[in-house]
Design a protein around this ligand. Sequence first.
Ligand code: SAH
Length: 233
Amino acid sequence: MAFHASILTLYPDMFPGHLGTSLAGRALERGDWSLEAVQIRDFAEDRHRTVDDTPAGGGAGMVLRPDILARAIDHASPEGDPRPRLLMSPRGEVLRQPLVRELAEGPGAVIVCGRFEGVDQRVIEARGLREVSIGDYILSGGEPAALVLLDAIVRLLPGVMGNALSGQSESFEDGLLEYPHYTRPQLFEGRAIPEVLTSGDHGAVARWRRAEAQKLTEMRRPDLLAEKKFHGE
Ligand code: SAH
């Protein structure tokens, strides 16, 4: 069964967004993955199809109601659905490649996109929503975050990337940032391609890339190296 994403949103028109183009878009057309955007508003019961209300205890903004969201979730993901249920949320676990890989290896995901001040805590608990953040900044809604998450997942799905190998040597896959890339022309504004890369010596190329990746990671992301050590590498 191909990876199936159900997105719960007040803005279904935002999907598939950029994932309808390029390699992800072609994979979507082929059925290598599928996406369904569910309008949360369709599960409101009043005449105005209201989905939010004022926060208990006072304060700014509005909060998505738990009953309406729960109905939308139960519709998109009935009992027995094996897919994990996620809520895009700045309070969540920050998205990193191991979680992307874990999700890509599974049957799909049900992804709730918040709006306003967020969603009522009780529906998060009652429907076991796993909160996922795409970084320490605040978006106006969960939709762009869901698109980022899906983008990262879809490119790992079998058959999606033209070059299957290039999914393996990216930044983060081995706990290091990626080495620098070069292509023609040989000389660009007085800057030459490092000699070793045109030497034809594959062993030397591999050693140079490894050393550059190490150097770059030490300089920019020492936290990644500390983590590698922690995991006993
Ligand atoms: N009041 C909340 C922010 C709400 S932003 C707070 O301070 O935590 C509105 C919605 O945008 C959220 O419910 C969430 O779905 C989405 N969102 C905002 N920033 C995000 C981030 N960094 N990662 C994932 N989703 C985010």
